[in-house]
Write a protein that binds this ligand. Structure first.
Ligand code: SAH
Length: 219
């Protein structure tokens, strides 16, 4: 059943997926490893079956509990900035959601540690990873604002909810590592890539984005 499902939809969506990847390339995603990881990740398996026909449109989609799976272009942009032309050993993600961003990162790094504050989403993402054989993703149901201190430092940190990023997270970034986060200022969010360089940091603005809010505590 699972095999047929993976194969059946997988086969037809392979072409649609390639088309999406072409669009991402046109929009400026240039890192071939990132494009390849996007091509290999079956996004339709990260959304509700009723929405699977829309899985390869370049748009965010609802995943329940008022949350969304990010737009593929934004996932590619964040991944490209986080990976930064290397192969990170350890990546931390805040906001597992559907698990799609983690699955893309899992193809480009050794291990992904992902945190989700909503228990139900953490559980279903864990099941998806298991079903897809993605054994290098570790999911924790917790408030990700505290990071994952026992696994720090991380070569990359990806925050997939918009808000004010606490210093605690930046402290868990390795030297030369990059943190990508939608930072909220006033009513606007900008995607910021922060690179730890020596005693300081370099900040790069990757543009305007719209993410669900970064919230405290667990549900
Ligand atoms: N990366 C996800 C995007 C999910 S939307 C994907 O690819 O599908 C952002 C997610 O961040 C939501 O599921 C939300 O519950 C979660 N979130 C918000 N604040 C959080 C926090 N402090 N810690 C952990 N997760 C958080």
């Amino acid at each position: 059943m699972v095999a047929r499902e993976l194969q059946g939809i997988g086969m037809t969506s392979e072409k649609t997926r390639r088309r999406l990847v072409e669009r991402l390339r046109e929009k400026g995603i240039s890192e071939s490893a990132v494009l390849e990881a996007m091509a290999e990740t079956p996004r339709h398996l990260f959304v509700d079956e009723a929405l699977s026909s829309r899985a390869y449109e370049d748009s965010a989609l609802p995943i329940g509990r008022g949350q969304t799976i990010s737009q593929p272009y934004v996932v590619a942009l964040m991944t490209q900035a986080a990976v930064n032309g290397k192969r990170p050993e350890k990546v931390l993600e805040i906001g597992t959601g559907s698990g799609y961003q983690s699955a893309v990162l899992a193809r480009l790094s050794d291990r992904v540690f992902t945190t989700e504050r909503i228990g139900e989403l953490a559980r279903s993402a864990r099941q998806r990873f298991h079903r897809l054989g993605l054994h290098n993703i570790y999911v924790r149901h917790c408030d990700g604002l505290a990071g994952w201190p026992s696994q720090a430092p991380f070569d990359a940190i990806v925050v997939t909810a918009g808000g004010v990023v606490p210093e605690t997270l930046l402290d868990q970034l390795a030297e030369g590592g990059v943190m990508v986060a939608p930072e909220q200022t006033g009513g606007h969010q900008r995607l910021i890539a922060t690179t730890r360089a020596g005693s300081g940091v370099l900040r790069e603005d990757l543009g305007a984005v719209i993410f669900v809010p970064l919230l405290e505590g667990v549900e």
